[in-house]
Design a protein around this ligand. Structure first.
Ligand SMILES: Cc1ncc(COP(=O)(O)O)c(C=O)c1O
Length: 387
């Protein structure tokens, strides 16, 4: 019988811990290279760019959490997505969701396109993706929920189409983590993660992952990671491994907090829109219930004017104004100047992202304190307006 996911965040089945002098914490193999007794007598490790025991242990854990046959740990989420793009060739065409992390949009538009890959941006949560597939299309790339507008796509339904057409489905699972959603089980071929977010979980390490259940893709990615040298360093691998140990408890707590904060935001006069997929009014709510084990801890909301959005960012204290998400600390992000700064204004407008849009990654603090911080800022503005 398989261990439950909470156990798999801590223990690998069949792991030979005795061989590590019984060390409970997995050792950090802080070495660049490995000695050989003679030609053809490798210990299994030759050079850390190719593989390192600490990175390998982390990769096994992430593969087990995402239910893939292989996971590769990269030096950042962008390095992971960049490696996936290396699977394609000049002339290939990809369909990408119209709402994606801005860094991914920048990579596709500035580097992948230069390498001869073309993209069509489609709202995969609403439009019929089949209408955009051509004989050159090799993959569909989505996030669900998307960053930052929290659009939800039915992964299983989309995977039926991609399988029928013989193309790949790639899902960025950063926003929910494998604790809440397993795209490979729903029919995706490749999962990517910014490991910097929920997997690491402490806003202290940059990392990324690619997970697959396809042997050919795994083999190709192994070649790419060793050739481009984008693998995660041993110490950072250890930090992410330690972060993963508490993923379930952090995630449970963060999403409870997020549900409370979404309800609170809904009641504020100056908040015009609250986008949280755990609200029954969210268009993706039923799909989330079907394909996820929770709703996550990301909330996007819109206030009534830009000046108030800037005021909030300037005046929060406990909540910090910073880029990133998925850590223990609650962060407020301003997509137009941060995560999506390089996305053209027309694209942002099409997706409903404006200078009044704020994104909040809810952490694990006492929720009363988080709400108290926002309450204080809302009150401060009201007092200022009343002279
Ligand atoms: C959904 C998503 N994917 C990928 C990335 C890129 O990850 P990294 O910052 O670790 O390179 C981010 C970063 O914010 C993200 O939000």
């Amino acid at each position: 019988m398989d261990y439950g996911i909470e156990t798999r965040c801590l223990h690998l089945e069949g792991d030979d811990a005795e061989n590590r002098y019984g060390a409970i914490s997995f050792p950090i193999y802080q070495t660049a290279t490995f000695a050989h007794r003679g030609v053809g007598e490798s210990t299994g490790y030759d050079y850390t760019r190719l593989q390192n025991p600490t990175r390998e242990q982390l990769e096994k854990i992430v593969a087990s959490l995402e239910k893939g046959i292989d996971a590769l740990a990269f030096s950042s989420g962008m390095a992971a997505i960049g490696a996936v793009m290396e699977l394609f060739h000049p002339g290939d065409h990809l369909i990408i969701d119209s709402d994606l992390y801005g860094g991914s949009v920048r990579l596709f538009g500035s580097i992948s396109e230069k390498n001869g890959i073309s993209f069509t941006s489609v709202n995969c949560s609403q439009d019929d993706v089949g209408n955009y597939i051509t004989e050159k299309t090799k993959a569909v790339y989505i996030e669900t929920p998307t960053n930052p507008m929290m659009n939800v796509t039915d992964i299983q339904k989309l995977s039926e189409l991609t399988k029928e057409k013989g193309i790949l489905l790639i899902v960025d699972n950063t926003f929910l983590s494998p604790y809440l959603q397993n795209p490979l089980e729903l029919g995706a071929d490749i999962v990517v993660h910014s490991g910097t977010k929920y997997l690491g979980g402490h806003n202290d390490t940059i990392a990324g992952f690619v997970v697959t259940n396809n042997e050919k893709i795994s083999e190709r990615l192994r070649f790419i990671i060793k050739t481009t040298g984008a693998g995660l360093a041993p110490f950072d691998s250890w930090l992410i491994m330690r972060g993963i140990q508490t993923l379930p408890v952090r995630m449970d707590r963060a999403q409870d907090n997020a549900a409370r904060m979404a309800e609170w935001l809904l009641k504020q006069k100056r908040v015009k829109k609250v986008i949280y997929p755990g609200l029954a009014s969210h268009p993706g709510y039923e799909i989330m219930k079907k394909q996820c084990r929770g709703f996550g801890a990301m909330i996007t909301f819109e206030v009534d004017d830009k000046e108030f959005a800037l005021f909030l960012l300037r005046n929060v204290r406990l909540i910090r104004f910073a880029e990133s998400l998925g850590g223990t600390e609650t962060l407020l992000t301003y997509p137009v100047t941060q995560t999506h700064a390089d996305v053209p204004d027309e694209e942002l407008a099409k997706n409903g992202i404006s200078d009044r849009t704020l994104r909040m990654s809810v952490g694990i603090e006492a929720v009363e304190d988080l709400i108290g911080d926002l309450e204080r800022v809302f009150r401060l503005k009201e007092e200022e307006n009343n002279g």
